[in-house]
Design a protein around this ligand. Structure first.
Ligand code: TYM
Length: 346
């Protein structure tokens, strides 16, 4: 493109939502309650982009065939949960290379000290830090690029992504300051919404429910059938006491807190309302109620997801169209960015 005026990005709407999810294994109830459910609600009053972040997944080795399959599964799950891929934009990250380009610029903005503080890197790299991929280290820079390639303003996530979003804010501020372009990138707002912002493992109330936990019994997957959901809830760790009557009674009882939080979130009620109903009761009866609620909520999603997965070519087409629409939004922002940086690009 030679016409600079034509490259000026259209004014971004005052609220543009972006969020991402990794295609590594099954989606869990944690992903659903902490993030996806809020993504669905935000569609009513904002322009939304939702991205299956396949390039982020590559920070740990992925079998190519499994990565493709997981990308389609996650896309199907998102649609089954209520993401509207026609009205909003749903795509996989690698379809729009603008993310990778902007991430490089951000590699040159973010400081080693900032990334050294990221707790998720420490968790994922574990003791073998020297052997972690450099991609894993700069992962949050790519995340900032995902968001800022669209000048998105609001990012709905679970509690565990908060630190990464603070880094995205720091990157935007430093970029705007260094190149003396106030407001070039927005300072994003994390949206951490609902009761279940950090759903914990069913086997250990002090560990996050995660698709990478080696124990499948630790999580409810969106692909689990009704028998499996009931079994996992029946076997969920508890303690010998009855359920407390108010939230103060959760002190030192992380498993009880977690199960009641899940129950409340599934019923769209506050924890204190849930406790008015189940507080003081025994775990056995409560677990039955929780299983009923989880099954009523999740079975229609699993069913729809399986139906969508019967036509994988249609999922691919849908993602591709989403990628094209995403690219149309980011291309002018990237062109402006190159100009600001002093790159000769036309
Ligand atoms: P990921 O794939 O680990 O998780 C996707 C979303 O699910 C939320 N989540 C949870 N919420 C509550 N309780 C849990 N146990 C739980 N487990 C996961 C996460 O907080 C997240 O919102 N780095 C991101 C993906 C990403 C992204 C982005 C997000 C890449 N680029 C840009 C926002 C904006 C990740 O690994 O999420």
């Amino acid at each position: 493109m030679t016409d600079t005026a034509a490259q000026t990005a259209a004014p971004t709407p005052s609220k543009r939502v972006f969020s991402g999810i990794q295609p590594t294994g099954n989606l869990t109830l944690g992903n659903y309650l902490g993030a996806i459910r809020n993504w669905v609600t935000l569609q009513d009053n904002s322009e939304c982009l939702y991205c299956v972040v396949d390039m982020h997944a590559l920070t740990l080795f992925q079998e190519p065939a499994a990565l493709k399959e997981a990308t389609r599964q996650v896309a199907a799950a998102l649609i089954a949960c209520g993401i509207d891929a026609e009205k909003h934009i749903l795509f996989n990250q690698s379809l729009n290379q603008d993310h990778a380009e902007l991430a490089w610029y951000f590699n040159c903005v973010a400081r080693m000290g900032w990334l050294n503080r990221m707790t998720q890197f420490k968790d994922k790299a574990g003791k073998n830090r020297e052997n972690a991929s450099t991609g894993l280290f700069v992962y949050p820079n790519l995340m900032a690029a995902d968001i800022l390639a669209y000048r998105a303003t609001h990012v709905p996530v679970g509690e565990d992504q908060k630190q990464h979003l603070e880094l995205a804010r720091d990157i935007a501020i430093k970029f705007n300051n260094d190149w003396e372009k106030p407001d070039f990138f927005p300072v994003v707002e994390p949206l951490i919404l609902g009761e279940a912002t950090r759903v914990m493992s069913l086997r250990d109330g002090s560990a996050k429910m995660s698709k990478s936990d080696p124990s499948d019994m630790s999580r409810i997957n969106l692909t689990d059938d009704t028998d499996m959901i009931a079994k996992k809830i029946r076997k969920a760790k508890t303690d010998p006491e009855d359920l407390p009557r108010d939230a103060d009674g959760f002190e030192g009882r992380p498993e009880a807190r977690n199960l009641v939080t899940i129950y409340a979130a599934l019923g769209n009620e506050s924890i204190s309302d849930a406790l008015r109903d189940v507080g003081g009761g025994q775990f056995g009866a409560f677990k039955q109620k929780l299983a009923d609620r989880a099954i009523a909520h999740l079975s229609p999603i699993t069913e729809e997801m399986n139906r969508l997965l019967e036509d994988r070519a249609e999922i691919d087409r849908l993602l591709f169209r989403g990628g094209e629409r995403a690219k149309a939004l980011s291309a002018p922002i990237l062109a402006e960015t190159r100009e600001v940086l002093g790159l000769v690009h036309h």
